[in-house]
Write a protein that binds this ligand. Sequence first.
Ligand code: PMT
Length: 221
Amino acid sequence: MLKGKRILITAGPTKEFIDPVRFISNASSGKMGYAIAEELYSKGAEVILITGPTNIRCNLPDTKVVHVTTALEMLKACRHYFGSVDIAIFTAAVADYRPLNRELSKIKKNDDTMVVELTKNPDIAFEFGKVKDPHQLSIGFALETDNIIEYGKGKMNKKKFDFIVLNTTNENGEGFGFDTNKISILFRDHAVKSFPLKSKKEVAKDIISELESQIKNIEVH
Ligand code: PMT
């Protein structure tokens, strides 16, 4: 069912530089996004992986891997493929803000306090939602510490996701960095399906199986 489908996946963190040696980022390892890319590849999909800086090497043959550092670079790389993909999966933990000015020289620590003015980054998934065709599907992710369903619904509606994968950092083994994750999937009809803690490889299988069900529903109706 996914054979030959062209699928864009974002993965990993972005890094937003303050000066040549310092940056704002987050703890995303890229493991979740890369596991999804592998699962899709094993199903015969044409995978386009747009990845922030990670320690993972993607060895999937015939897979387009685009390495980016910042949110602006990730948006530019994604925009290139937006019009030609069947499905987009937004796993990346994109930095919401970047320093307004990136200093060209290393900032000296002369003062006891320092203020870095930040400006909002573009929202890549939201941008896709604005141009998404009816035949294109998109899956979002949300990592929350509280009000997970409520915030998840808000993000799904705003970014026009067909479903959203929710995860938290509340328990050991969940969310950033681990080889495991515990997810719930929130659907457009507000149904929620929860899964136990599993390896990210198994979690990727669960997500892709839900994606296949969605495609089947669309094809039947
Ligand atoms: O990489 P790992 O260590 O394996 O960890 C996996 C993960 C925790 C990073 C992943 O499972 C996850 O939850 N990713 C989304 C993190 C998040 O909190 O996203 P968000 O709530 O900021 O954004 C919601 C959605 O919009 C996400 O699909 C995100 O990719 C997308 N987004 C957000 C901001 C932005 N500027 N552009 C985006 O595309």
